[in-house]
Design a protein around this ligand. Structure first.
Ligand code: ADE
Length: 415
């Protein structure tokens, strides 16, 4: 079995983490049980580019239980848990991932592609892009793919629009049981978790600047407020800015926020949201982190060029000495929640990854019938995930009566 991980002897440590995640992912486990019986992925080869976490391990084992062979690579150089990578390698998965594989990031993707996938499972779009640029010859084997995150879906929609996309993709990110929970509560909690594990600072009373008020920004803003921070939102979208203001947050341009912020977190999915112009205005001691998919939201190269000294003063905290102040960058400006903590909690990944598993099964069932487009997760599957999650949480809900169904179908009954 081919793999490249940091240290295969970490497998036992990884197994313990995996088992802990399993206990908090009841929906995915229910799907795994069905997959074990039905083998819906028999003979299917999957190349996956995901954050190699304990939750991802539960997903990978579910796909394997369904009969798939899997090659796995990390979707960020700092997000791989080496114990999990070792555990999965021992479980017969072709794993090419280790924490800190910056130089070999694309090499790892290329190794995973050697499986000649029928299905791609991507988080951020690097796998799909590599396939469409450097390995077009492999596309003929692919029946479809899934995408986990907003950034990847955006990239793939551009590919579709420009006629470049060569096989159907399912935007798992856009399932309601994904973005309403993973992006909001997952990012909210795990970003704070990463910032606190890295810095151990007090949030109460701090000016906490969040760039971006999408689902991730919303979740983060609420959690930061819950910890007593004074939350400031920067936005480019007028509706979102208005929403942030009416949700009770202060809204201002980054130009202004940069002068008063104590902690800055970017969650926009865009580039250079914090650049040299902003850093110049920041207070001595300001802390900057990113929770968006890529590490380009903060112009780290500006800090590199304009600092006289750079020192790692704690794990995941680098102190940059500028002429007039010190600025602290967390986790190289990479996803703070995965680089400095453990990513989203298992309970939300339960829903995201159940969508992944059901979407893969759906692709197999619909092979050859789909166009080269970005599809939504079918509503039926999305709602199935919600139903199973409610059941696992012991929550019952009401049903419409016949009278109510008829009322909703009619138009004559009024005042
Ligand atoms: N993305 C965010 N959190 C994650 C996690 N725990 N596992 C996999 N992907 C993630």
């Amino acid at each position: 079995m081919e793999y490249k991980v940091k240290d295969i002897s970490l497998a036992d440590e990884g197994e313990k983490l995996f088992k802990w995640a399993e206990q908090h992912m009841p929906v995915l486990i229910s799907i795994r049980k069905e997959f074990e019986k039905e083998k819906p992925l028999k003979g299917i080869k999957i190349a996956a580019c995901l954050h190699v976490t304990k939750e991802t391990a539960v997903l990978i084992k579910t796909l394997q239980a369904g009969g798939a062979s899997i090659a796995l690579t990390g979707s960020n150089p700092l997000s791989t848990n080496d114990g999990i990578a070792a555990y999965l390698a021992k479980q017969g998965i072709h794993v090419f991932a280790w924490r800190g594989n910056h130089d070999k990031y694309y090499w790892c993707i290329e190794q995973a592609l050697k499986i000649k996938p029928n299905i791609t499972m991507d988080d951020g779009g690097d796998l799909v892009t590599t396939l469409h640029t450097k390995h077009k010859e492999l596309i003929k084997n692919v029946i479809g793919g899934t995408e986990e995150t907003t950034t990847g879906v955006n990239r793939q929609r551009v590919m579709e629009k420009n006629g470049i996309l060569k096989y159907p993709l399912i935007a798992v990110n856009d399932a309601m049981t994904k973005f309403l929970f993973d992006n909001r509560y997952g990012t909210g909690q795990s970003s704070i978790d990463g910032i606190l594990r890295a810095t151990s600072i007090l949030l109460a009373g701090k000016n906490f600047v969040i760039a971006g008020y999408g689902w991730c920004g919303r979740g983060l803003a609420n959690r930061a407020r819950g910890m007593g921070a004074h939350v400031i939102i920067t936005e480019v979208d007028e509706i979102r800015a208005l929403e942030a203001a009416m949700d009770g947050f202060e809204v201002m341009p980054m130009k202004k926020a940069s002068m008063i912020g104590d902690i800055f977190v970017t969650v926009t999915g865009n580039k250079h949201v914090i650049d040299g112009r902003h850093i110049k205005k920041m207070k001595d001691g300001a802390i900057i982190a990113n929770s968006g998919h890529f590490d380009n939201e903060i112009d780290v190269s500006w800090l590199e060029k304009n600092s006289t000294k750079k020192e790692e003063i704690r794990k995941n905290v680098v102190e940059y000495t500028l002429s007039d102040k010190k600025i602290y960058l967390l986790a190289e400006g990479r996803l703070i929640n995965l680089a400095a903590a453990e990513g989203h909690p298992s309970e939300v990944m339960d829903m995201s990854f159940s969508n992944q598993a059901l979407a893969v099964k759906w692709i197999v069932e619909n092979a050859g019938k789909l166009k080269n487009k970005v599809y939504k997760v079918p509503d039926k599957l999305d709602r199935e995930v919600a139903k199973r999650k409610l059941k696992a949480m012991g929550i019952e809900i009401d049903k419409l009566t016949k009278e109510q169904i008829n009322y909703m179908r009619g138009w004559k009954e009024g005042t």
